[in-house]
Design a protein around this ligand. Sequence first.
Ligand SMILES: [Zn+2]
Length: 132
Amino acid sequence: MLVQCCKTLKRLRSCRSLSAAANLQNTATSLGQAVRLADTVDVLDLQESADLLCVNLMCEKVGDPCICRLSRVLEKLHHLTRLNLANNQLISLPDSIGQLEQLQYLDLSNNRLQSLPDTMQHLRHLKVCHLD
Ligand SMILES: [Zn+2]
């Protein structure tokens, strides 16, 4: 599919702007999808996500916003360049966020974060971080 697209695009010599290019990114919008696409996903959009409400009966935060599942999933996503966690009422972030070595864009707006993990100092490619 991608190869076919590229062949077609080469014929569009006069095209100056190609908004569909964004769709060539591998985007996941749930933790389950992120796990399935773990080897290739580069964008994870969990804005206002039900996936960040804890369903783990063994966790003290069950029923509330929680990062226990997110923490395990992030460890698997080595190619992520964009992560959106806006609007989730999170009070903390998992240490594993520091393993996202390729991360360039991080949106944490509209949460209740009291601190950021020290591991975030490893995010050497981070260019944009929304915290408001
Ligand atoms: Zn939990």
